[in-house]
Unconditional design. Sequence first.
Length: 302
Amino acid sequence: MHFIKSIALAWAAAGILGASPAEVQDPLMKLNVAFRATYAEAKAESLSRSGTVLMVAGDQLLLYRNNVKVAEAPIRPALYHRLKAVAHVPLALHLLLGARDPGTRERAADLRALAAAARADLKQWAAPPVLDRQERILDASLQLLDDRLGPGGLAPGRLDAFARAMAPLVLANAETAAALELEALHGAVSRFRGAMAPGDWDTLRVVVIGSHMAREGEVAMQYFSRLLGEPGEEGARIVFAEGLWQPRDAMDLLATHRVDLGVGAAFFGEPMRMHRDILGDGARRWLDGRLPPSGGQTKTMD
């Protein structure tokens, strides 16, 4: 019954419920639905014996054993978020003041009030030298807003000059925030590792949930790549779950990786082969024959 249910689910997922009667009766299509069901069952079975998994999910490091969460630890302290919030102020101002929006003046006035309140509160959470940098960022931001709200508005080039002046300060905040996250992450990983059974670390897999724009050079990906000795930031033991904000969806992606590693090794002698489009090599050869790289002569289409 379980397999029949899997076939029904796979049938629905494949969109065949809306197919024509002839398509529904196609034996090859039915066979492909059975493949999908088999694949889904393989993933479910893989998750049930997934062993020890560490997942970076937002501000938390989660520890799973065989798809059951058994522990979690914070990895982003309050100061991390405050530093990023201050760094976001110049970015927001550049986006707002560079827009040709009739409501910009009112929004700039609102932002100035918020920035002034944040400036007055800095000493409640920041100490030198971190405090000095936050003061410079917010003071410059307030001055920019004053210029925009003044009778003359912003002088030509003023906004771009502000962005260039703020760049090193924004990056310094980002570097401090990264160090804070890595210190907390390393401490949590070390504690979890100390409680693991012998051999668990050697089979450990890691899932990092993150956004598309942060994929390259993502903090936790860099950390685990170094820690586990992976040649690239993503590999057999490390998975980047782009945009999969729910842990269950990220674990499902891990199961896909695990199953596809076995398929790639068995069929192609290359465990990571299924981690790129199976049609990709054929597509490249077609393109090489018909649409050569830029600068070449395009052949006549057949």
